[in-house]
Design a protein around this ligand. Structure first.
Ligand code: NAP
Length: 298
């Protein structure tokens, strides 16, 4: 199968490489064209000038771009050139409704669409160990197997178009609560004067551990938050969760709180840092207390 890849960001660059390793990658496209040209030259694959040209040259296209409007823009570009009978797999995290709109853009061309958001971070993308949550027809899911197996280790079909995104939204709510708990705990530990590296090593093997604690608490200990999973992208995901819960008349406390904290980080210019930057706000809670406790403020 000749596969094209669109969106060579923090995730997509690794995913495209894994498709290449599996012998599937035929062409790449990126909005900032230099990235696509450099990767194409390195891997000796094509770098067509337009999305339509890429779609015309491939039997399947995988997309991994930022947000809802970007997925629809890219899908329209692909729709201008897609071959009948081909397959488009979107690995971006967007709303379930956006997935259904993208599917509708391709349906008149005789092209099937799968929403296949992923979880596992940049490391999972690099190592080909992503958890992939698929929505779409069972036949499209079956056809996509060689591609999905090249990208991830756990590949699950949740139902019709949009259900992959619904599963991913569920995951994003968990991530919000876990990153907040990790940041709060690490700020607390720092204020106690605990040796943070030792603590991460020990608690990383305890019952309160998680992927985020093991992989991102070291960022908090170092005070450096390279992307990673950008604050503005998780804020975008939580906006999706907010809207989906609001349809039931529900406001989820973890979602609402983290939307507030991320808005604060974005406003301060930290939107492109990894979400472990939440630690900045939690550490400040203790800094404020220290000021209150300083001599003369008692
Ligand atoms: P990223 O590093 O910001 O990369 C975004 C990519 O999308 C870039 O290649 C960008 O092109 C492209 N893009 C954005 N808007 C576009 C548009 N309108 N038209 C064409 N291309 C466009 O993001 P990422 O971290 O790879 O994340 C990509 C998706 O995966 C997001 O939906 C994110 O929520 C999801 N995700 C991320 C992680 C993670 O840990 N990073 C984990 C799971 C899922 P340029 O190079 O031109 O900017």
């Amino acid at each position: 199968m000749r596969v094209g890849f669109v969106g060579l960001g923090a995730m997509g660059m690794h995913m495209a490489r894994n498709l290449h390793r599996a012998g599937l990658l035929a062409a790449v496209w990126n909005r900032t064209t230099d990235k696509a040209r450099a990767l194409a030259a390195e891997l000796k694959v094509a770098a067509p000038a337009t999305l339509a040209e890429l779609a015309a040259a491939c039997e399947a296209v995988v997309t991994c771009v930022s947000a809802d409007a970007d997925v629809l823009e890219v899908t329209r570009g692909l729709a201008a050139g897609v071959r009948e009978g081909s397959l488009v797999i979107d690995c971006s995290t967007v709303g379930a409704e956006t997935a259904r709109q993208a599917a509708q853009l391709l349906e008149p061309k005789g092209v099937e669409f799968l929403d296949c958001p992923v979880s596992g971070g940049v490391e999972g993308a690099r190592d080909g160990t992503l958890a992939i949550m698929a929505g779409g027809s069972a036949t499209a899911f079956e056809r996509a197997q060689p591609i999905l197996r090249a990208l991830g280790r756990t590949v699950t079909h949740f139902g019709p178009t949009g259900m992959g995104q619904a599963a991913k939204a569920t995951n994003q709510i968990m991530c919000a609560g876990i990153i907040e708990a990790c940041a709060e705990a690490m700020a607390f530990a720092h204020a106690q004067g605990l040796p943070l590296d030792k603590l991460i090593d020990t608690l990383g093997k305890g019952a309160g551990s998680s992927w985020y604690f093991v992989h991102r608490a070291p960022n908090m200990a170092r005070g450096a938050y390279p992307a990673g999973f950008r604050v503005r992208l998780h804020a975008k995901d939580l906006g999706i969760c907010h809207d989906m819960a609001a349809r039931f008349g529900v406001a989820l406390p973890v979602v609402e709180r983290m939307l507030h904290e991320y808005a604060e980080l974005v406003a301060r210019g930290f939107g492109d840092e990894d979400i472990s930057a939440t630690y900045r706000l939690k550490a400040e809670l203790f800094e404020r207390t220290n000021i209150m406790r300083a001599p003369g403020n008692a």
